[in-house]
Design a protein around this ligand. Structure first.
Ligand SMILES: [Zn+2]
Length: 237
């Protein structure tokens, strides 16, 4: 009896999850909708570029937006000024649909500076913290390297990875605040996740929009380096 029940239970768990990948803006960014079908509560991951279309999607699906999750403070993920350009992001979101913005504690100052939102809008999180969205739980994983407070989101067997890990590469580590050695350790941590983990990156840079960790390791040479000396040689530092 129990053996027969298990697949059904897995199916119900899967059916409960809302997870939608949305390509948005001119830099092939992916935003995500994550939430619970039972309660219809959702959060937006990295809402930027076109907040009306993201909020219209939430409305069209009859979902209720309860938060925003940021992988890191770069304007193509959270909005803000970008050289001479200005990108829509969490500031516009809060103007249209006020919610808390979940940010790693080391990234909060950068998010405030880039977007202009205030302390009271931000919930600072640490690695291992969890957020319940209805029946669905999101775990925050600190993955520094691209920026000091970059984070990934683990949702069941899925990983929303921002600019830490792409299917065919990793985020740049030659930018202000980047740290190549931190990136090495973050990628080692992600490489140790189960092989069937589904990677959902922050940009559509590969031939596939999503891949398992097993597939990613085959495609991505950064994921196959397992000692720091080789990493430093490859990264030229
Ligand atoms: Zn970035």
């Amino acid at each position: 009896m129990q053996l027969q029940d298990m697949p059904l239970q897995n199916k119900l768990l899967q059916d409960e999850l809302i997870l939608e990948q949305i390509q948005i803006g001119p830099m092939q960014n992916f935003a995500y909708l994550v939430g619970s079908k039972t309660t219809r509560e959702v959060v937006l991951v990295d809402p930027a570029w076109d907040l009306d279309s993201l909020l219209n999607l939430v409305k069209a699906r009859d979902y209720r937006l309860t938060g925003a999750l940021l992988t890191h403070y770069h304007p193509d993920h959270c909005g803000g000024s970008f050289g001479h350009n200005s990108v829509e992001g969490v500031a516009e979101l809060l103007g249209k649909n006020p919610v808390k913005v979940y940010v790693h504690k080391l990234e909060a100052a950068g998010v405030k500076k880039v977007t202009g939102i205030s302390d009271s809008d931000i919930v600072k999180v640490e690695s291992g913290d969890k957020l319940s969205i209805g029946e669905v739980e999101v775990e925050f994983l600190h993955t520094p390297g691209h920026t000091p407070g970059s984070q990934c989101f683990k949702i069941r067997h899925m990983l929303v990875s921002g600019d830490t890990l792409f299917i065919n590469g990793c985020g740049r580590v030659d930018l202000p605040g980047s740290n190549s050695e931190d990136m090495y350790h973050s990628l080692q941590k992600l490489a140790a996740m189960p092989e069937d983990t589904l990677l959902l990156p922050g940009h559509n840079y590969a031939q596939l929009p999503q891949a398992t960790m097993e597939e990613t390791k085959k495609i991505n040479s950064y994921m196959r380096i397992n000692d720091l000396a080789s990493w430093k040689m490859m990264m030229g530092a």
